[in-house]
Design a protein around this ligand. Structure first.
Ligand code: SF4
Length: 717
């Protein structure tokens, strides 16, 4: 076992290379959390000593600094007048405008009339400052984060099953499994560094990919389970039934560490294999074989991403995966676990500190003792803490439509591109009295709609910490100055706090490194306890530290600090220490295909060179060359033939909500009757249907009904 001491590297993170200072920083794109060497002049490169990436990075990491030099970086605050013309403001004028307009709306319509939307791209200190300033300082009731779009189903699934939002694994488990399931995850392009760890495993006997598409990842798996889209819940219930009937379960683990198994067993017995096969397209014999792989595996792990989370039943599907792990005792041991891989670089920080669904530091708004603890630590009045969590993202937007919310403050996210059913979002924005957008770029689809734009520093231009998918806290570093008058979001929040008149609540929030110990102290005795981390320097020396990391020396000196997994003692976070089997009847998809709209549209990541709305990645000439610059649609050859369409032809894809023009890519990797369009193009969400998981309120991006036809002369271009 590698010890903490062995895995630290010397000299620490700052080394002088000639005239330039080299600094180590966790990458600011995905939640893998690769450690990069960054230099102010524009170079970024993977760090060989990085525990996570061990000297490798995907193209986005190599190009991480280049995108900061884009010509459309916001350099000054801007106000848009009634005729749509932009006017440059000083920061004093901009902050005055911000406070005057929002306070006026709040006074006229009440505290629920202003809302905010944050981002899992911000460091934890900024996420916490936004949520605390908005709720405890400005009196805003409702706010959410763009993490609702990618992680909410996993969060809810873990909370209900384990008693806390706790992804249980460490990345070492990727290399320690002998049977490994990837569910709804195109890992080779979405998380290429994690994929490389699977590829170098010496233990893996069987890699099974469950995905309707024959993705780049599925192509090299030992087994591709190409199920009917959105039938994964039934598939996992069918597998559970086989495990149960063959008595391939870990009765000792179930009895000692779980609850509600008998009810779950009764539930899955109602799913005959013939019925599951008819729904999923996977034969009974194949379902039995999948169960057999789980049974014969010594260390079985299940990893999932957006194919599960972004669904009308994402929570129950994630829990069906969790149930397979629990009933077979594949949790809390090396190479096991029901493991959700996070998307954004600090989605995990947002989950704990955004102050939206949960109260700062992994607490509950509804718990009086939790509110008292947070008020005491932050030295703020107890009454300033709301007693209920925020409305989720889509309820906030619906509140705008109803006229209850009049102003929206959007920080570091681009919903005019990324939100499901874009036409609805545009309608929402039109109803706002005041929209503020705070972002690195003044040209995002959302920033262009703002009444007030505030220019923010980006990754590489500010300090803080992020938490990666394996719960590892690491540092992000400032290596260059932001352009013009742009400042770190942290600085914007400080200026707002002073101008708003609530600066006294934030007297300790002077800098990210001053805030970090405050946030760590808040987590005391919570499952995410970070009280053992005393300083940023400690994070750097250890090359990141996973939570929990309480202040007790016994844990701090634990030899496996660099690769720890949860639940090794079989104790979960519910009061009785037991995990729950949670299950439900499958729900029908919320938009049914019809004769008029006969295809099912799947959306997802297009390539390793593209990130979400391409706000940053499109700024790199290197990354631009690695993926098509304009929207394309993938269609199965038989469907293309039936529609008399040729590869490369411009087609129209249309749903009940909108249409787009796309170049046709004919490929057998998509199932018959389905189309695939990457999410990175601004047109994609013109088509998607605003359906949500009822538990997590996460949008279901991967299932709407569309039609496909050639571009006709009367369509225009
Ligand atoms: S985007 Fe993700 S995989 Fe790529 S370098 Fe950054 S952290 Fe690593």
């Amino acid at each position: 076992m590698t010890t903490l001491r062995q895995r630290t590297f010397q000299p620490a993170s700052r080394a002088c290379t000639g005239r330039q200072t080299t600094i180590h920083s966790v990458c600011g794109y995905c939640a893998t959390g690769c450690l990069l060497t960054v230099q102010g002049a524009g170079d970024a490169a993977p760090v060989p000593e990085g525990i996570v990436n061990t000297g490798a990075a995907c193209p986005k990491g190599w190009e991480a600094l280049t995108v900061l030099e884009a010509a459309d970086r916001g350099t000054h605050p801007l106000r848009r007048d009634e005729r749509g013309r932009w006017h440059v403001l000083s920061w004093a004028e901009a902050i005055h405008e911000f406070c005057k307009r929002l306070q006026s709306i709040g006074q006229r319509f009440g505290p629920a009339s202003v809302a905010f939307l944050g981002s899992g791209q911000l460091p934890t200190e900024e996420i916490a400052f936004l949520g605390s300033l908005a709720k405890f300082g400005m009196g805003i009731l409702h706010g959410d984060s763009n993490t609702r779009q990618c992680m909410a189903s996993a969060v809810t699934a873990y909370e209900q099953a384990f008693g806390f939002d706790a992804p249980p694994y460490c990345y070492d488990d990727l290399e320690l499994s002998d049977v490994l399931f990837l569910v709804g995850s195109n890992l080779s392009i979405a998380h290429p560094i994690l994929w490389s760890r699977i590829r170098k495993s010496r233990h893996l006997r069987r890699l099974i990919v469950v995905d309707p598409r024959r993705t780049e990842t599925a192509m090299v798996a030992d087994e591709h389970v190409a199920l009917v889209p959105k039938s994964d819940l039934e598939l996992f219930y069918g597998i559970a039934r086989v495990l149960l009937e063959r008595d391939w379960i870990d009765r000792g683990f179930i009895d000692a560490h779980t609850r509600d198994f008998d009810a779950f067993a009764r539930h899955v017995r109602t799913f005959s294999l013939e019925q599951v096969a008819a729904r999923t397209g996977i034969s009974p014999a194949r379902i039995e074989r999948l169960a057999e792989w789980i049974h014969t595996g010594e260390r079985v792990s299940f990893w999932w991403t957006m194919g599960v989370n972004q669904s009308h039943q994402g929570v129950r599907t994630a829990q069906a995966i969790i149930n397979l792990a629990l009933m077979t005792g594949n949790i809390g041991r090396p190479g096991t676990g029901p493991n959700s891989i996070t998307g954004q670089c600090n989605a995990m920080g947002s989950r704990l500190f955004s102050n939206t669904t949960s109260l700062l530091g992994g607490h509950k708004f509804t718990d009086h003792q939790h509110r008292e603890k947070v008020a005491r630590h932050l030295e703020i009045p107890l009454e300033s803490i709301p007693t209920q969590p925020s409305w989720p993202y889509h309820r906030i937007l619906e509140g705008i439509v109803r006229g209850e919310i009049k102003a929206l403050w959007i920080v570091g996210t681009n919903p005019a591109h990324s939100w499901i059913h874009q036409g609805f979002f545009r309608d929402v924005v039109d109803r706002l009295e005041f929209l503020v957008v705070q972002d690195m770029y003044s040209t995002t689809e959302t920033a262009r709609l703002a009444h007030l734009y505030l220019p923010a520093a980006g990754w590489g231009e500010k300090e803080g910490t992020v938490i990666n998918s394996e719960r590892r806290v690491g540092r992000v570093r400032r290596v260059r100055k932001p352009p013009g008058e742009a400042v770190a979001d942290f600085t914007v929040f400080r200026r707002i706090a002073e101008a708003w008149g609530c600066g006294r609540h934030f007297k300790h929030w002077t800098s990210p490194d001053a805030v970090f110990p405050l946030l760590a102290s808040l987590t005391e005795e919570r499952p995410c306890d970070l009280t053992g981390i005393q300083s940023y320097d400690q994070l750097e020396t250890a090359v990141g530290i996973q939570w929990p990391f309480p202040a007790s020396a016994a844990v701090r000196d634990h030899p496996s600090t660099t690769g720890r997994r949860l639940f090794e003692d079989g104790r979960f976070y519910h009061a009785d220490g037991r995990a729950r089997f949670v299950f439900d009847a499958p729900r029908e998809p919320l938009e049914i295909r019809t004769e008029r709209f006969p295809y099912r549209l799947l959306t997802g990541r297009g390539s390793a060179a593209q990130w979400h709305t391409q706000t940053r990645t499109a700024k790199s000439s290197v990354l631009r060359q690695m993926a098509p610059t304009s929207v394309y649609v993938e269609v199965h050859p038989e469907d293309a033939c039936r529609e008399a369409l040729r590869p490369g032809q411009t087609v129209i894809v249309e749903s009940a909500r909108g249409r787009l023009h796309a170049s046709l890519a004919v490929t057998p990797t998509v199932p018959r009757g389905s189309l695939f369009i990457p999410m990175h193009y601004p047109e994609t969400n013109r088509l998607t249907h605003a359906a949500f998981d009822p538990e997590s309120h996460q949008p279901s991006y991967k299932d709407c009904a569309v039609r496909l036809r050639p571009l006709e002369p009367w369509d225009g271009v």
